[in-house]
Design a protein around this ligand. Structure first.
Ligand SMILES: [Mn+2]
Length: 376
């Protein structure tokens, strides 16, 4: 398959301590020289399972020292689901859902793009999540995303159920102040309910919390792919009152995904400087992404979503991205985990293409602006 980097100093079979002793191994031919490989170049099933076998770097000081461009973060949390659970297992599954290792070559870009040669990408590990405590889980996800985003690295966050977008996007919005973010939200569901059975922090409510808190303006919150039978009309009335824009699945059927996504970009960036992308994997048709908590038939194609990621990241400043609601226990043949893995790889590749073209990828605080965290 792929050509791999060969270690310039191949390991030799150690000399036997006792030259007079029996050399059973050598008699089997096991004393010949073999090439040995770094963890990064070994097959994906060998060694530690980080995203694409990238270095596991959890210390923010180390992220700064390495001037990391992109940091993968796990948010293994599913205590806020309303239907099928299991998304807590998704970060592990998404990390492992690829067969290619080493310097990947993106065929979706021209010119032989090797994203990991161009960009500094690491796996920053998981938020410090424990089960059965929604408030603590959200606080830990907020802190993890915030400490990574403050280093200038672009966070790519693997959920988790969709409630993790509330703390994750809040962290990114805070770090980027006095700038602001718009959100392009791919989902079968609006996730703008006021409450799920009395709970304000369910996975059906995060978008309302983000807008109510002021972290994101309603008019820059754009939803793509809505379909099915939820939420009720009163929720859409609230969305309308907040200036949200949304694009139903039937609009994608009529106009095509690329035209709809172009409108979504313009709406999300109508004011803000950068876009946060949130991909609920259930925006994809459950025939192509069955491993999810609230599947809704009639969704987007995987290839349309991957193209949309390239379209957005290529056109705008990416503040962060999350991909949520993958539930490995309901998955078949890793289909859904692979789709989520490729959403992340498409974002990485598009950022790499920008960096290769001399465009900025990392976030740098605008030092000419007033301190954003001054009291008051
Ligand atoms: Mn959702």
């Amino acid at each position: 398959m792929a050509e791999r980097h060969v270690d310039p100093h191949p390991a030799r079979t150690p000399e036997p301590a006792d030259h007079h002793g029996p050399q059973f191994g050598a008699s089997n031919g096991w004393d010949r020289e073999y090439e040995v490989y770094s963890d990064f170049d070994l097959p994906v099933y060998v060694g530690p399972s980080t995203f694409s076998k990238l270095p596991w770097v959890t210390d923010p000081a180390e992220l700064r020292a390495r001037r990391v461009d992109v940091a993968i973060i796990g948010a293994p949390f599913d205590d806020a689901v309303s239907n099928r659970s299991g998304a807590r297992f998704a970060p592990r599954a998404i990390r492992e859902a690829n067969y290619a290792t080493g310097s990947l070559h993106s065929l979706q870009h021209d010119g032989g793009l090797l994203p990991f040669d161009v960009l500094t990408v690491v796996d920053a590990g998981d938020a410090n999540v424990t089960p059965a405590w929604i408030e603590r889980g959200h606080a830990m996800i907020y802190r993890k995303v915030r400490e990574v985003a403050e280093t200038g690295a672009i966070p790519l966050v693997m959920g988790g159920d969709h409630s993790i977008t509330w703390p994750s996007a809040t962290a990114v919005a805070e770090v980027r102040r006095p700038g602001s973010i718009g959100i392009v939200h791919f989902d079968a569901h609006a996730d703008t309910a006021n409450e799920d059975w009395g709970v304000l922090a369910g996975h059906g409510t995060p978008m309302r919390r983000l807008i109510e808190s002021g972290a994101v303006r309603g008019r820059n919150f754009v939803q793509v792919g809505l379909r099915g039978y939820w939420p009720p009309l009163e929720t859409f009335e609230w969305m309308k009152s907040q200036g949200l824009r949304w694009h139903f699945m039937r609009e994608i059927e009529e106009r095509g995904a690329e035209a709809v996504v172009a409108d979504a970009i313009a709406e999300a960036l109508d004011g803000p400087d950068a876009i946060y992308i949130s991909v609920d994997i259930d925006v994809i048709d459950p025939g192509l992404a069955p491993g999810t908590g609230t599947p809704e038939p009639g969704g987007m194609l995987t290839r349309e979503v991957l193209r949309a990621i390239r379209q957005i990241v290529g056109a705008v400043e990416l503040a962060a991205l999350d991909v949520v609601e993958v539930s490995p226990p309901y998955d078949h043949a890793e289909t859904t985990a692979m789709a989520a893995n490729r959403v992340i790889l498409e974002a990485i590749s598009s950022l790499a293409a920008k960096k290769a073209a001399g465009r900025r990828v990392r976030w740098e605080r605008d030092t000419t602006a007033a301190p954003h965290d001054a009291p008051g």
